[in-house]
Write a protein that binds this ligand. Structure first.
Ligand SMILES: Cc1cc2nc3c(=O)[nH]c(=O)nc-3n(C[C@H](O)[C@H](O)[C@H](O)COP(=O)(O)OP(=O)(O)OC[C@H]3O[C@@H](n4cnc5c(N)ncnc54)[C@H](O)[C@@H]3O)c2cc1C
Length: 392
């Protein structure tokens, strides 16, 4: 969709500087696009002589945004059980809707889902669309997209949130494509601007910056959020409406048959469910020091986590990794030992209720988010804590 007009190019190189992907080169005043071009249009904006133009669909105007209202959450169930991420997203949706003066709707697909309607309302929904049919019992892309897409067409929500789960990561892009709208994956923060723009924050460029992304022209505005990032809010007295949606199977559903589904064996590590996590990083120096962390975690029936550096060095299995490419956790207490606090690690644990950091470098970034900062050698501090806990 990017078209180059070499005859107009003056070889100033502004386009090369503006491209964050290295997608355009300039050789003897001869601009050329390569496979890294994402057609984002940054080069078009900086070109002062009109030598680069954006053609096709992206240059068209967006949707009539005034027709869209309300915040929706696509609530996920697995084997008939509502997934916690659905309730976490409703907590955030409630805040966004209150800021916008609009309403929250949960959409739930499945079979035998009646009992979940009230739960969704008690966690922030004003309304629940319940599509209850046997062909919807197991998630399949095509029927889910058809049923939810039909509801979107009819009701035009302004915002839709999905869990960044296997299901959400499959379904959300498909729906975004159907409505030709934007989707921001793995958001760590969501806010609403006064004029109704969803401010979607997520780590970008390898996690080195936090980018806030908006979808100014198209609707609905769509985002996925990983489990554990947002906080569920339970208000037992809340009232709302449950509307049953009639959903019929279609021939296209038969493209995929689910013959059986087998639950993956849960490893020993259930970091996302642990109340207390004691994590170790490169500062442990020796993998045997994870034994100390296990002992400390044991006092709280907690689990042991790790930074990517510790995992990459083969000190501990990837199951334990916390962060952008590991797990997102929100325990009551997170104890970080010998972890510097890189932004990719913080992305996975910064919402913990209490953060205790042990690091010998007083300038370590982890201290900027720690509630308790223990400056010193973890080989001295951790054994001392264990002794204190033993005597207590
Ligand atoms: C795309 C991408 C994704 C990533 N995803 C993740 C992720 O999911 N999770 C993650 O953790 N990282 C991730 N990283 C890596 C991240 O950038 C950091 O490299 C990593 O978190 C550093 O791990 P660390 O803090 O253990 O090691 P370091 O940064 O080397 O820090 C070690 C710390 O230990 C301290 N220390 C040393 N000795 C002692 C001692 N005796 N007592 C106390 N303190 C001591 C030092 O002062 C230092 O602060 C990712 C990077 C990229 C590019």
């Amino acid at each position: 969709m990017i078209k180059l007009l070499p005859e107009k190019c003056i070889g100033c190189g502004l386009c090369v500087k503006a491209c964050l992907f290295g997608g355009i080169t300039l050789d003897n005043k001869e601009p050329a696009l390569n496979e890294y071009c994402t057609a984002c249009g940054a080069c078009v904006d900086v070109c002062k002589v009109g030598a680069i133009v954006l053609e096709g669909e992206r240059s068209k105007a967006g949707h009539d945004t005034s027709l869209y209202s309300g915040i929706w959450v696509v609530a996920e169930q697995r084997r008939g059980r509502l997934q916690p991420v659905a309730l976490e997203l409703l907590g955030k949706a409630r805040q966004l809707a209150d800021a916008r003066g609009s309403s929250v709707t949960a959409v739930l697909l499945g079979s035998g889902m009646d009992m979940h309607g009230e739960t969704l309302i008690q966690h922030g929904a004003d309304k629940v669309f319940l599509a209850d049919a046997s062909f919807l019992s197991d998630y399949r892309t095509l029927p889910a997209e058809r049923v939810i897409g039909g509801l979107i067409e009819q009701h035009k929500p302004e915002v839709i949130l999905f869990g960044a789960t296997t299901m959400g990561r499959d379904l959300a892009p498909r729906i975004a494509n159907r409505f030709r709208t934007g989707l921001t994956a793995d958001c760590t923060g969501l806010e609403m601007s006064p004029d109704g723009l969803l401010l979607q924050t997520r780590p970008a460029f390898g996690g080195n910056i936090m980018a806030t992304i908006t979808t100014p022209l198209h609707r609905p505005q769509m985002a996925t959020v990983r489990p554990g990032v947002m906080k569920a809010q339970h208000s037992p007295g809340r009232k709302g409406d449950i509307e049953t949606v009639t959903a019929e199977p279609a021939p296209s559903d038969d493209l995929v048959h689910i013959l059986s589904s087998v639950k993956k064996e849960q490893g020993r590590i259930a970091l996302d469910k642990a109340d207390v996590i004691v994590s170790g990083g490169r500062g442990l120096r020796d993998p045997r020091n994870f034994k100390l962390l296990e002992e400390l975690a044991g006092f709280f029936s907690g689990q042991v986590g790790a930074s990517r550096a510790a995992v990459d060095m083969g000190w501990i299995a990837h199951d334990h990794q916390v962060g952008q490419t590991g797990k997102t956790v929100r325990p009551t207490m997170y104890i970080a030992c010998g972890i510097s606090g890189a932004v990719q690690h913080l992305a996975g644990m910064q919402n913990s209720d209490i953060i205790v950091a042990i690091n010998k470098d007083p300038q370590a970034p982890i201290f900027s988010i720690a509630h308790y900062a223990l400056v010193g050698d973890m080989n001295i501090i951790v054994p001392a804590l264990i002794e204190q806990l033993k005597s207590a």
